[in-house]
Structure formats: structure tokens, C-alpha cells
Design a protein around this ligand. Structure first.
Ligand SMILES: *Cc1c(COP(=O)(O)O)cnc(C)c1O
Length: 358
């Protein structure tokens, strides 16, 4: 067994694992489960500081992103895709899959996004139905000011979809204050439940845009409207993964009880960045660091694969490489959720030091 220090999936606490083994009911027929599901959704809305409805979908994080795009996009709709990382750019695939016409706003992949520049861009180009933003673009660890961006987009009547899968619960996120229409989250990042669930918060304006469509949503599984009035009707569009949801609920309760969580993430993020630089390593980013993950350039004459392999073999710690354009270029330490303890982060940093010294 390895100590998991990857930027998702993360370590899973015992009470979450135990919750997944509790007795099951028939989630399609038991009214108590409808209450339990809705309370769990409301717990998520509360933690994200929003009055908007949350829906938990039976699928991994990617389903949330696809569902947001599938439900909002009609063929020919103009959509703004903010691209300063792999996930940012990746949103374009979903938008195009459902017939949307993508315009990119591109900014540096290694430096914090410049709000002034973004405002200037929007002044010139703002004829979009919605915009896609990524909170923490995990392959590089860049953190975007999604609340400021979303408020700015709203000034032009542009709806916003934010992928906060690897930031929420490790970085502050106030959905209503940011006027974010759809936020996508996942079970396996800072929430520290096993992979398998995604959830989305959906504003009234986003629901209206979906209901006003002239064309049908070209999906069933990724259609957010199929959940409409599920509670009143006591009817789910498909059978809910009850054990996964019990685990998720416990993980959410863990998050809620952990009031020092955001401060701890900030402190451990800072500590990790300082420690790797003290080792003589370079951070991938110049600025715009997320406190959920640290991304480190692979030193010259070393290979990412070799470092990761030795971390596992010699120290039983799993850290991550990256993918897409960053494959082989960087290694990543995930200090989010249950990984974010001083003991585990220090142990990981000491192990990395030893691997790099020999
Ligand atoms: C992890 C993650 C997702 C979910 O997708 P995976 O299949 O787990 O890669 C979506 N967006 C971001 C930013 C993520 O970090």
C-alpha cells in the first residue's frame, strides 16, 4: 500500500470507507433516500455558499463538465473558453461536441491570469451565451480568480460554468458572491471520497437557459433537466449509487467539521512551495499557485518516471506526473483534502529530497 499524495484521487478517511458499507435500501423507491439525497445536495450548496440547487450525478468528475456543456449548448451557440491550462482548453471539446462555436481567451499557462487584460478582452468581445472557467487547472496547478471573472462575465449577461473539481474545499469558493451559474465538483479531490461521483450547482438563470432551448439536449445521461422536480415526483432519472452517496455524505460532514481546513491548505501549500525551492527545484508556475497541488519542474538529467517509481519503491509514497503537454515535464504533489496534513506533506518532501540526492 502506498501513501497517496497525488492531486486526486486523494486519501480516504476510514469513516468514509465505512459509510460505504452501510446497509442499502432501494434508492428508487424509498422516500427516506430522497430526503437523504436532497439533504446531501443542500449540504454541498451550504459549503459552497450558494442558494442554488445542487445535483449529485452518478459519474466521475468529467460527467459534471460534460453535463454543464450538454445542457447549455445549442448548435451554433457562441461560447467563450478560457484557456490557460489543459482542463481550460479541454472544455472546448465538450462545447464543440454539442455544436457550440468556441472563442478562446488565452492567457499565460505559467502566470496568474491578469484581470485587467480579461476585462479589456470582454469589452471588445462579449457576445457569448456562456463561458467556461477552470478554478484550479490541476496539471499545472494554476489557480484562476473565478469569482472575479464570473462577476465580470455577468456584467455582459454571459452565463458561467466553473470546473472547481480540484479546488473546492481546499480553496475558498463562494458561488453566490461570484455569481457562478454552474459549478462542477468531484468526489475524489479535496473532498476525499473515492472516485465515482460528480455534483453540480445550478443557478435559476442556467435552468431557464436550458428550459428555453429550441433544440433538445443531445444526451440523456448528461442532461441536467432530467432531474427537474425529482423530489416532488419522487423519481430519479436513473438509479442512484446509494453507497457512493453515503460515502460522499460522510466526506462532506468531515469537511464541514474541519473549520481550519482552508487555513491549513494555505499553510501547507506555502510550506511545500518553499521546501521544494529550498531543495533547488523550480516550480512550474511563476505565480497563481493553487494551495491544493504543487507542480515541480523535473530537474535536468532526471526523469519524471524514475522519480515517481523511486518514491513508490523506496518510500511507499505515490506522487503524480502530469499529462498532455506537461507529460514528463513536471511532477506533482497533491496536498489537498485528507492529504493535507503536516505529517504527510513533510514525509513526502523528505522522501523527495532523498530520491533527488541519490
Ligand atoms: C480531476 C479533475 C477532473 C475530473 O476528471 P478526471 O477524470 O479525474 O481527470 C476535472 N477537472 C479538473 C480540473 C480535475 O482536476
Amino acid at each position: 500500500m502506498y501513501k497517496i499524495m497525488t492531486p486526486g484521487p486523494t486519501q480516504v478517511r476510514e469513516n468514509v470507507r465505512m459509510a460505504r458499507s452501510l446497509e442499502c435500501t432501494n434508492p428508487d423507491l424509498d422516500p427516506e433516500f430522497f430526503d437523504y439525497y436532497r439533504e446531501t445536495c443542500r449540504l454541498i450548496s451550504g459549503l459552497l455558499h450558494t442558494e442554488n440547487e445542487t445535483l449529485i450525478l452518478g459519474g466521475e468528475g468529467i460527467l459534471g463538465l460534460e453535463a454543464a456543456c450538454a445542457s447549455l449548448t445549442e448548435p451554433g451557440d457562441p461560447v467563450l473558453v478560457v484557456d490557460n491550462g489543459v482542463f481550460g482548453r479541454g472544455f472546448a471539446d465538450f462545447v464543440e461536441l454539442y455544436g457550440g462555436k468556441v472563442t478562446y481567451y488565452r492567457s499565460s499557462c505559467t502566470k496568474a491570469l491578469d484581470m485587467e487584460d480579461f476585462r479589456g478582452f470582454l469589452k471588445e468581445h462579449h457576445d457569448f451565451k456562456y463561458a467556461t472557467l477552470v478554478h484550479c487547472d490541476t496539471p499545472s496547478g494554476i489557480l484562476n480568480p473565478v469569482e472575479d471573472m464570473s462577476r465580470e462575465l455577468h456584467r455582459y449577461g454571459i452565463l458561467t460554468v466553473v470546473d472547481s473539481v480540484s479546488a473546492m474545499f481546499g480553496e475558498p469558493l463562494s458561488v453566490d458572491a461570484g455569481r457562478i451559474d454552474i459549478v462542477c465538483g468531484g468526489s475524489q479531490k479535496a473532498l476525499s471520497a473515492p472516485p465515482g461521483l460528480t455534483f453540480v450547482t445550478v443557478s435559476e438563470a442556467a435552468k431557464k437557459a436550458m428550459e428555453k432551448r429550441k433544440t433538445r439536449i443531445a444526451s440523456f445521461y448528461a442532461n441536467l433537466l432530467v432531474f427537474k422536480d425529482y423530489y416532488e415526483k419522487q423519481w430519479f432519472p436513473y438509479t442512484m449509487p446509494i453507497s457512493d452517496i453515503k460515502g460522499l455524505r460522510t466526506a462532506l460532514e468531515n469537511v464541514k467539521a474541519d473549520t481550519a481546513r482552508l487555513k491549513r491548505h494555505a499553510r501547507l501549500g506555502e510550506m511545500t512551495r518553499k521546501a521544494v525551492q529550498d531543495m533547488g527545484l523550480s516550480l512550474y508556475l511563476e505565480s497563481g499557485f493553487s494551495n491544493t497541488v504543487t507542480v515541480i519542474r523535473v530537474p535536468e538529467r532526471r526523469s519524471a518516471a524514475d522519480i515517481l517509481e523511486r518514491m513508490k519503491k523506496e518510500h511507499h509514497i505515490m506522487i503524480a506526473g502530469s499529462f498532455d503537454v506537461l507529460a514528463g515535464q513536471v511532477i506533482r504533489i497533491g496536498h489537498m483534502g485528507e492529504n493535507a496534513t503536516e505529517a504527510d506533506v513533510k514525509e513526502t518532501l523528505q522522501a523527495l529530497r532523498k530520491v533527488l540526492e541519490s
